[in-house]
Design a protein around this ligand. Structure first.
Ligand SMILES: [Fe+2]
Ligand SMILES: [Fe+2]
Length: 384
């Protein structure tokens, strides 16, 4: 699903749920309902340009379109609620759908306490249950859906967003929010999604692969601690943006395969401050992302950079990001250092717990990793 198809779908859902809300409030022939229904029909036509039908499924409480979870928002949640209320987990709208039929669907989705509306198939709208409507190939497709697919799908988009920052243009927060929502959804569908953390394949993919790895690892940590809702999303966004300050560092320094000299290291150490300043002045960025960008190299004992007073209290998200960052750096072969296997990494991290890394959070992390990351192979590229 492309970005514009995703936007069409979101618009369609919003129009349908708003029309249903109006139908509950007034009646299904109200001119507001008719107007919204007509607009919904237009959005459907746009989707029919690329889809032979529009099929929505509800699986484990999530709305699925094109075998991917639809990014949740108020309208999507309203639609889910209406579908659940009516016992619908499969909804197929065929290309020849006409206004009256769509109005029938809006009526079903509306919450009219006075009359119970029967859920009945019409010529071009079909209802059902996922279990009985699934074909074998549908089931196979769903089983094979995984985080890697999302990662590949979003990679270009994310790199565009980062490159825009490098050319001193505005950061597109909507894009970042949607990507993180996709990851959070992937976690909800597949609890071991973080196993898919990607090795660094090439320098130009560094920002993407590293940022998504840290995002996955942070989400895994946060979920294991019982964190959910907006805070979970903000932790994911903070992870995606933690190294954004590197966009202001010369690519020659970023891509250097030998160890940095003193002057270069000084420049490199500016990236937390540069990132935080940039994010602070960007509308729509959660405060947590600003704080995390600034603090993620400080270390548990405040011995890192930027320098901080001993009394400085770092945010829990900064500690988590430092842990994920340390792990991701060690599991990736660096050009000038020996690669490490999982047992070695775990031993080093245990050693760092309580001085460089937050002890309790590190134990939480090690528990997750030792259970699920035993077979991950390190890759062959440079990390900074
Ligand atoms: Fe960093
Ligand atoms: Fe990093």
């Amino acid at each position: 699903m492309t970005v514009s198809q995703h936007d069409n779908l979101q618009k369609l859902i919003k129009l349908l749920t708003t029309a249903a809300a109006n139908a509950s409030l007034y009646h299904s022939e109200h001119r507001q309902v008719i107007r919204l229904c007509r607009q919904a029909l237009n959005e459907l036509q746009l989707l029919f340009n690329t889809h032979s039908d529009v099929t929505l499924k509800v699986i484990e409480g999530q709305l699925i379109f094109d075998n991917k979870p639809v990014v949740e928002n108020l309208s999507v949640n309203r639609l889910l609620e209406s579908l659940n209320r009516n016992g619908i987990s499969f909804l197929k709208i065929a290309t020849d759908v006409y206004a009256e039929e769509l109005l029938g669907l809006i009526n079903i989705l509306s919450k009219n306490p006075d009359k119970q509306i029967a859920v009945k198939d019409s010529e071009n709208i079909h209802f059902g249950q996922v279990e009985i409507r699934f074909t074998r190939s549908d089931q196979h497709q769903l089983a094979s859906w995984d985080f890697t697919e999302i990662a590949t799908h979003e990679a270009d988009r994310f790199m565009d967003i980062y490159q825009t920052v490098r050319s001193k243009q505005k950061l597109e927060m909507t894009g970042i929010n949607e990507i993180v929502n996709g990851f959070v959804n992937a976690f909800n569908c597949q609890s071991d999604a973080f196993m898919a953390i990607a090795p660094l394949r090439a320098m130009d993919e560094y920002t993407y692969t590293h940022s998504t790895n840290i995002c996955m690892l942070n989400l895994a940590q946060a979920k294991a601690l019982g964190i959910a809702g907006q805070l979970l999303n903000d932790i994911g966004i903070a992870a995606m943006l933690h190294d954004i300050g590197k966009m202001f560092i010369s690519p020659d320094i970023l891509s250097k395969s030998e160890q940095l000299d003193d002057a270069e290291w000084q420049i490199m150490q500016q990236h937390p401050r540069l990132g935080a300043e940039y994010l602070l002045n960007t509308p729509g960025v959660p405060r947590l992302a600003v704080v995390t960008a600034f603090e993620h190299h400080m270390r548990y004992d405040n011995s890192g950079y930027p320098q901080a007073a001993n009394s400085w209290q770092q945010h829990i998200c900064s500690h988590m990001t430092a842990i994920s960052d340390t792990y991701d750096a060690m599991r990736t072969n660096r050009a000038y250092e020996e690669s490490l296997d999982t047992d070695q990494i775990l031993a080093i991290m245990l050693e760092l717990a309580g001085n460089k890394l937050h002890p309790r959070l590190t134990y939480n992390f090690l528990q997750i990793i030792s259970e699920r990351d035993k077979d991950t192979e390190p890759s062959n590229y440079t990390t900074l």
